[in-house]
Design a protein around this ligand. Structure first.
Ligand code: FA5
Length: 340
């Protein structure tokens, strides 16, 4: 006990005398280092000559001392850091550390903009699931197992029979089942296809699906919605063309193309030298799909579109190669604003 008290007194004196961080460290090493007072005390203890009670007592005393030394050192360090002398050494005129602000990804920017427009028009926003069933991705969209349309989408199948959704249309029947009709909803999100990658094709890309089902929905409603969305996104009139398009889940079906804004229709790698970018397949919801969703096709009709969100972002921000979007290069991302 006397030894311990002597060690404690000695430690307090040494800490009081220490005037720098280096001296404090030297005190720590003298007590807690490999050959320090506290460490040796334990190493040199001859447990073979102690009774069980003595061992227990020694253990308690030793632990208390060790904790005492650690506390005293900690307090001495803290006191040094807040002492007027230490604070005087902080130069308040030095410039602060640079904090870099984040940036939104161009796809997020376009998605948020479209969501705002759709929300203002009374549309629900749902993201759905990346991993989907064959039923929602294909069957319920009038694409049975042996249908040739399945070849349009090279699918990543999972070993459990599920798949990575190949399009956001997988949300259509889910939403009809969940919300019933009338329904207005958009479904932005990531899609996956086992594609050969080039300037305009990725194996992971974004679409934004739109679905409106009500009584008396016609192609006029579809075209009005498309125009509203595109004008709002580009903040200017864009040249579009409508071609007939085939998708088993719409009838009639269309392809809405937008004149390439990168080359103004002159032809470049993004538009594959055609001057047009395929952007927006759409059509009136096929009666079979409405039936799959539990909706009476004799009473209700609807439109659906599947906007290529990734390609829209490329058009809007003049991004010539789709691979830039997934490359994770900060120099690319930092060119975009932090908010819409
Ligand atoms: C579809 O995926 C349909 N589900 C769209 C649809 C919805 C039609 C509702 C009718 C009604 P498509 O395979 O054409 O269609 O893809 C839609 C858009 O996604 C394309 O126009 C294109 O802009 C984009 N897209 C498709 N594949 C890729 C890819 N590999 N990389 C980048 N964008 C792609």
């Amino acid at each position: 006990m006397q030894d311990i008290q002597a060690i404690q007194t000695q430690l307090r004196d040494e800490l009081a005398a220490a005037t720098s961080e280096g001296e404090l460290e030297a005190v720590r090493v003298r007590y807690l280092g490999r050959k320090g007072v506290v460490t040796l005390m334990r190493k040199n203890a001859d447990f073979s000559r102690m009774s069980a009670d003595e061992k227990k007592h020694f253990g308690q005393q030793f632990n208390q001392l060790k904790r005492f030394v650690e506390d005293q050192l900690g307090q001495a360090r803290a006191a040094r850091q807040t002492s007027p002398k230490a604070q005087a050494s902080i130069d308040m005129t030095l410039p602060g550390l640079n904090s870099r602000s984040g940036h939104l990804h161009p796809i997020s920017l376009v998605q948020m903009e479209l969501e705002d427009i759709a929300r203002a028009m009374g549309f629900l926003i749902e993201t759905g699931y990346h991993v989907e069933t064959d039923f929602y991705n294909f069957e319920s969209l009038n694409i049975p197992g042996d249908h040739p349309a399945r070849d349009m989408q090279d699918t990543y199948w999972l070993t459990n029979g599920m798949l990575l959704r190949t399009h956001t249309s997988a949300n259509q029947v889910r939403a009809l089942e969940t919300h019933g009709v009338p329904l207005r909803a958009i479904f932005p999100g990531r899609c996956f296809r086992n594609e050969a990658i080039d300037a305009s094709h990725e194996n992971t890309f974004y679409q934004l699906e739109g679905l409106m089902v009500d009584t008396d929905i016609s192609i006029a409603n579809l075209i009005a919605m498309m125009k509203t969305l595109l004008t709002a996104v580009f903040h200017r009139e864009v040249t579009v063309r409508l071609r007939p398009g085939y998708f088993p889940f719409v009838e009639p079906g269309f392809e809405l193309d937008i004149q390439c804004l990168i080359c103004d229709g002159g032809g470049c790698a993004t538009c594959k030298r055609s001057g047009w970018v395929e952007l927006l397949p759409c059509g009136l919801v096929h009666p079979r799909v409405l039936e799959f969703g539990g909706v009476d096709p004799d009473r209700y009709s609807g439109f659906a579109f599947g906007l290529g969100l990734t390609r829209l972002a490329m058009m809007k921000y003049n991004i010539p190669d789709i691979r830039l979007l997934n490359a994770g290069d900060l120099r690319f991302c930092e060119q975009f604003p932090a908010s819409v």
